[in-house]
Design a binder for this molecule. Structure first.
Ligand code: NAI
Length: 346
């Protein structure tokens, strides 16, 4: 069995190699570049490919993979919005993800971003290193007693609720597929308008699909509580970036923390520090003192990487041995997830 790993960083190698002894017949080729129409030919000797969040898995790439003999696609991530699942289904490709490697890792990162922005620790760090011990301009708010609005209360949303609960926050959530009863220990399920109106912090934890694309837009931003902090650790496409720039300029939005960005695939995970930044929207975002952008690192903990490597190779092992795989997104000619709903688990 030959596996071609795309977008492979040093840490991917370390954690996959640590797991590989469990599968002695597995040969792995690592490619540091992303899977695209230009690079798909590099998978020609492989039986399976392993990809990450910014690899291309559209119809042309899937057809090319299938034509070269690839039969399994292993996503070493939870999100699958970048995979054309109907095409994968029509080609009878096996596709599996790692649905829950560490919800707490992402939740903890979302809260870290909120508190960095709120308490300006990033600015304090720079000031003190420059010998400036002045705290003017670093004034924050006490989180205790504030209302936090969670959009999406699946695994990561619930883990985020648990942390904010510890801060003494009131939690409201919007999730059309969640049960009010199950969410009651954490807070109240409300409609989106209520959440936007009441929350001092709004955190996005729903998947990106056609129903949620640009969920945060000029209309929804007009309803947001003035001065609210918006944090997105989910997927960049949930936010209309131009609309948030407008809301930041009018101070409707009090702060913006992004771990993900709509056009991130052009930039994230690579060093572009010696180049001119051509993305004018991102360049504008980076000029605001109350905006933090990180390059999709919410998942990036040792525990999560261990889990990702183990589950990814376990998914492949299920495929090879024709075992039922709990993480299949497409199997036996069926798409097992609906575009605009919560994933259906086998
Ligand atoms: P999940 O599937 O457990 O939960 C997603 C929740 O969103 C579900 O409860 C679902 O009912 C809800 N939802 C669906 N449509 C909605 C809508 N229109 N409005 C409000 N809620 C809606 O997924 P999980 O594991 O919690 O992950 C959430 C997202 O986090 C993933 O889709 C992925 O894009 C992102 N993610 C980001 C990472 C990072 O490193 N920054 C790492 C892992 C995941």
């Amino acid at each position: 069995m030959k596996l071609a790993v795309f977008s492979a960083k040093s840490y991917d190698r370390v954690y996959l190699e640590a797991t590989r002894p469990t599968y002695p017949h597995l040969h792995i080729d690592y490619h540091s570049f992303a899977l695209t129409q230009e690079t798909v030919s590099l998978a020609r000797d492989a039986d399976a490919v392993c990809v990450f969040v910014n690899d291309t898995l559209d119809a042309p790439v899937l057809h090319a993979l299938h034509a070269s003999g690839v039969r399994a696609i292993l996503l070493r991530c939870a999100g699958f919005n970048h995979v054309d699942l109907p095409t994968a289904e029509s080609l009878n490709l096996f596709v599996a993800n790692v649905p829950a490697y560490s919800p707490e890792a992402v939740a903890e990162f979302a809260v870290t971003l909120v508190q960095t922005l709120n308490r300006a620790t990033h600015r304090a760090y720079n000031r003190v290193r420059e010998g400036n011990f002045n705290i003017e301009g670093l004034l924050g708010s006490t989180l205790h007693g504030k209302t936090v609005g969670l959009i999406g209360v699946g695994r990561i949303g619930l883990a985020t609720a648990r942390i904010f609960e510890g801060f003494g926050c009131r939690i409201v959530a919007h999730d059309p597929f969640a049960s009010a009863e199950e969410f009651r220990p954490y807070g109240t399920l409300v409609d989106l308008d209520t959440l936007l109106r009441e929350s001092e912090v709004v955190s996005l934890h729903c998947p990106l699909n056609e129903g949620t694309r640009h969920l945060i837009n000029a209309d929804t931003l007009a309803k947001i509580r003035p001065g609210a902090i918006l944090v997105n650790t989910s997927r960049g496409g949930l936010i209309d970036s131009s609309a948030v720039i407008a809301a930041l300029k009018t101070k409707t939005l009090g702060g913006l923390a992004l771990d993900v960005y709509e056009a991130e695939s052009e930039l994230f995970y690579n060093d572009h520090s010696g180049e001119i930044l051509h993305d004018d929207v991102l360049a504008r975002l980076l000029t605001f003192p109350n905006v933090i952008v990180c390059s999709h690192q919410g998942f990036f903990t040792k525990e999560a990487l261990t889990e990702i490597a183990g589950v990814t190779l376990g998914n492949l092992d299920d495929f090879v041995n024709s075992r039922k795989c709990a993480n299949s997104l497409v199997a036996h000619g069926h798409v097992l997830v609906k575009e605009d709903s919560a994933p259906v688990r086998l």
